[in-house]
Design a protein around this ligand. Structure first.
Ligand SMILES: NC(=O)c1ccc[n+]([C@@H]2O[C@H](COP(=O)([O-])OP(=O)(O)OC[C@H]3O[C@@H](n4cnc5c(N)ncnc54)[C@H](OP(=O)(O)O)[C@@H]3O)[C@@H](O)[C@H]2O)c1
Length: 276
């Protein structure tokens, strides 16, 4: 009897939220999953015969090279890459520090590119691959104080579009998922606020105090991360799946509205909605 070779998945930022939910669902669905986090302790309860926890820092090329080498040594290939790790800086442009700007792109954009670049040769060799980039509906819609995060996710959308052309001849599919607000660790641990912007004496204090609590509340009462996991499974299994797709209530509400309205009308609606 021939044993069916499992497809090999690499997920970044699998310590919590969407990454963790996806690791679990894909393992339950017959994939072998390499679940990565900067902190391996976060992965302890996730490990089983189909989930291999590995430390990975996507801002460190050596760490990426080591992880890719380890997977290829064990399983010869990497079939599916889920670029999920990400966080958000909340700051006015006037206040953000050079380090905050560089870090935002180092993780959300350059980290994603580094991991993708390291994995492509192995997908190309197998003439098969699926790369799924976790973007955001804020990759198509701007919000005040989210300029750095917006810019990073708009970049993810551009990366997806370009890579699709570049890799289609090698039978490697590239997709992006634009989630709305999801109840994960994101608002609790991975939204970094700029002290100056949030200072009571800041010129942006009124905007920050009006907008930030609403966004945090919407994230913490957002959709379930398992919805993203189920969507990822669907994309992997459907060779005809569209390039990008929204998931979650807020993305499904705002993305079509963004397409239908003029820039100015859309802006007015957002201002009314958040009372800013
Ligand atoms: N939650 C939302 O409302 C929402 C909406 C749209 C898009 N997204 C996107 O969805 C993705 C997953 O987020 P989530 O909602 O599942 O949030 P989460 O539970 O906070 O998970 C985020 C993951 O990203 C990793 N990460 C955070 N900062 C990092 C850094 N500086 N360097 C490397 N890795 C870092 C973390 O990995 P470690 O395990 O290493 O800590 C963590 O596991 C992110 O790309 C986020 O931008 C989230």
């Amino acid at each position: 009897m021939r044993v069916k070779v499992k497809k090999i998945v690499l997920i970044t930022g699998a310590g919590s939220g969407m990454g963790r939910a996806s690791a679990k669902l894909l393992a339950e669905s017959g994939f072998k999953v390499y679940a990565t986090s900067r902190d391996k302790n976060k992965l302890v309860n996730l490990a089983n015969s189909d989930i291999v926890p590995i430390s990975l820092d996507i801002t460190d090329q050596k760490s990426i090279d080591n992880v890719v080498a380890e997977i290829v040594q064990r399983d010869r290939k990497i079939d599916i890459l889920i670029n999920n790790a990400g966080y958000g800086v909340v700051s006015s442009v006037e206040n953000f520090k050079e380090e905050e700007m560089l870090d935002q792109f180092n993780v959300n954009v350059f980290g994603m590119l580094r991991v993708t670049k390291a994995v492509i040769p192995y997908m190309r060799k197998e003439n098969y691959g699926v790369i799924i980039n976790i973007s955001s509906f804020l990759g198509k819609i701007g919000l005040p104080l989210f300029t750095l995060y917006n810019a990073s996710k708009y970049a993810v959308e551009g990366i997806t579009d370009s890579l699709r052309y570049e890799l289609s001849t090698f039978n490697i599919r590239v997709h992006s998922i634009l989630p709305g607000f999801f109840d994960t660790e994101f608002a609790r641990k991975n939204l970094v606020t700029n002290m100056e912007t949030f200072d009571v004496n800041s010129a942006y204090s009124k905007l920050a105090s009006q907008l930030a609590p609403k966004i945090i509340e919407q994230i913490n009462n957002g959709n379930d991360a398992n919805e993203v996991a189920r969507l990822i499974l669907k994309i992997i299994n459907d060779v005809k799946f569209p390039a990008r797709t929204t998931v979650g209530d807020k993305a499904k509400k705002f993305i079509p509205m963004r397409k239908e309205l003029s820039d100015e009308d859309f802006e007015r609606r957002v201002k009314e909605y958040y009372a800013i």
